[in-house]
Design a protein around this ligand. Structure first.
Ligand code: PEP
Ligand code: MN
Length: 280
């Protein structure tokens, strides 16, 4: 990792870590922050129902994707830019921070105007113009690891955002491609402590795209917390079977609620702050 020696991602001392503050939501060392929501927004009703449910279980950030990069152009591509009005509504109906994926610089003003956190998906980890564009705004950016990127390539992609001024980068491990095909990807769990060793940036895990199977999401989530992740991004849908996308890996609301209770017990044991589910 010699080439990372002089970069901005490299930690300067062992205790120097970035914590990103969004009002009373904190993402980084010492905290455990859960981002949850459907794979993609499908309707106003789904958005509000899901957001209120995940907020009640203790999520702090709502995943509200308006654009879906899908392998097939014939599958659901997302609500589109008109959905920005749903983000406004979600802000008025909940206290959740909102995060959404950006696919094109054409949507930067509209999405950054309403969302609190922008996401660069794994397929765009190497889209340098997009990385530089989000590097020029003053909003946190979740950068997902490309499914075939080494940690060094991942960190160099983060440098494209940091080097033009935006230091609020959150790294997201979302599984890598291996020969194994029972799971959609292979969760590279050691990427979490390795990235924390190499950088000062917050590291979160996406247990949904890592596994591709809802039955494995709770185990992957707990493994991520145990490995030192600063948070999770989980796909949650009130009716996964009828979800427009990624229903097979989306957990339903009771499963999410139970998982949050288990994670809450684990965070207490680990001495992490700010994980405060509204226990029912
Ligand atoms: C997503 O989070 O919506 C997604 C498509 O995941 P990834 O970019 O990791 O494939
Ligand atoms: Mn998905």
């Amino acid at each position: 990792m010699k080439r990372l020696q002089e970069t901005k991602v490299k930690r300067i001392s062992s205790d120097q870590n970035t914590v990103i503050d969004l009002d009373d939501v904190h993402i980084g060392e010492g905290y455990f922050t859960v981002i949850a929501g459907p794979c993609a927004l499908e309707s106003e009703e789904l958005a509000i129902t899901t957001a209120k449910a995940v907020e009640h279980s203790g999520a702090k950030v709502f995943r509200c994707s308006l654009f879906k990069p899908r392998s097939s152009p014939y599958t659901y591509q997302g609500y589109g830019i008109d959905g920005v009005k749903m983000l406004k509504l979600l802000h008025s109906e909940t206290n959740l921070m909102l995060e959404t994926e950006i696919l094109s610089t054409d949507h930067l003003d509209a999405l950054a105007g309403e969302a609190d956190i922008l996401r660069i998906g794994s397929r765009n980890m190497d889209n340098y113009e997009l990385l530089k564009a989000v590097g020029k705004i003053n909003k946190p950016v979740i950068l997902k690891r490309n499914m075939s990127a080494t940690l060094e390539e991942f960190l160099l992609a983060a440098e494209y955002i940091l080097s033009v001024g935006n230091n609020k980068v959150i790294l997201c491990e979302r599984g890598i491609r291996t020969f194994e095909n029972y799971t959609r990807n292979t969760l590279d769990i050691l990427a979490v402590p390795a990235l924390k060793e190499l950088t000062h940036l917050p590291v979160i895990v996406d247990p949904s795209h890592s596994t591709g199977r809802s039955s494995l999401v709770p185990a992957a989530s707990k493994a991520a917390l145990a490995a030192g992740a600063d948070g999770l991004m989980i796909e949650v849908h009130p009716d996964p079977i009828n979800s427009f996308s990624d229903g097979q890996q989306s957990i339903d609301i009771p499963t999410f609620d139970k998982l949050m209770k288990d994670l809450s017990e684990m965070t207490n044991l680990l001495g992490k702050k700010s994980f405060s589910p509204v226990l029912s």
